[in-house]
Design a protein around this ligand. Structure first.
Ligand code: APR
Length: 225
């Protein structure tokens, strides 16, 4: 069976990484316009680097949880082909053993040069006057897709979702597009696994609610027999 999984911050919540829109979520503590837009970065690059430096340090201190591990096991299953898409910029899927992860909103552990488009492993702390290791220009930024920018690999993502037999959204509020609209493209069955109904819950053929570390391993065990 061709399975496409889309994860959101809820899959990393039990690893201690914050979500965005829950009661104590990141967007209750920071104005996203200041730290997650190109305009905010142009206005105050040091503030934006500090925001991602703190998230990078938090991520390095956290561990993958049972939901990440179950999805890595699903990738290894012989009876299904898995395309794993994540809105998350953390590297917990990879550290749990997933080898093919499409980071549609970029990756916290990667840096980007605006001048020459080079990408490299981000240092723990990035600063505005860092030089690009390739071209030497002081034009580096986190390789993260900000609001108003185009998510990565959307053609590949759309094709995979359309061709899927099963599209599963895990731990996402379905408040941000284009990720929230992918369920409309699904060519087969659809399933939402979340703590509570998302904004698009009614667009899914099936829904299961609970904590990701409980319902995701149970779902993977069920479909891999
Ligand atoms: N298990 C399962 N689901 C959970 C858990 C948990 N332990 N904890 C929280 N959730 C669910 C919440 O119910 C919510 O629906 O995870 C979802 C988190 O929603 P958001 O905080 O909005 O995160 P996400 O959907 O990933 O945000 C999408 O918005 O800010 C941008 O780029 C950012 O990628 C992010 C995008």
């Amino acid at each position: 069976m061709k399975i496409v999984v889309l994860t959101g911050a809820g899959v990393s919540a039990e690893s201690g990484l914050g979500t965005f829109r829950d009661t104590d979520g990141l967007w209750t503590k920071y104005d996203l316009n200041d730290v997650a837009t190109p305009e905010g970065f142009a206005r105050d690059p040091a503030l934006v680097h500090d925001f991602y430096n703190a998230r990078r340090a938090n991520c390095l201190e956290s561990l993958p949880n049972a939901a990440h591990t179950a999805l890595a096991a699903l990738e290894r299953s012989a009876s299904h082909s898995l395309t794993l898409i994540t809105q998350n910029i953390d590297d917990l899927h990879e550290r749990a053993g997933s080898t093919e992860v499409i980071h549609m909103h970029g990756a916290l552990m990667q840096a980007l040069c605006v001048a020459c488009d080079a990408r490299w492993g981000a240092p723990i702390r990035m600063r505005p006057d860092d030089r690009c290791p390739t071209c030497g220009t002081r034009a580096t930024r986190p390789d993260v897709v900000w609001f108003g920018e185009v998510p990565y690999q959307m053609d590949r993502i759309g094709e995979a979702v359309q061709a899927s037999d099963l599209f599963v959204a895990i731990g996402t509020s379905a408040e941000v597009y284009p990720a929230a609209g992918l369920v409309e493209l699904a060519g087969g069955e659809t399933l939402e696994l979340n703590l509570e109904p998302s904004a698009r819950a009614n667009a899914f053929g099936a829904r299961q609610f609970g904590r990701a570390t409980e319902i995701v391993p149970a779902w993977v065990a069920k479909i891999t027999g």
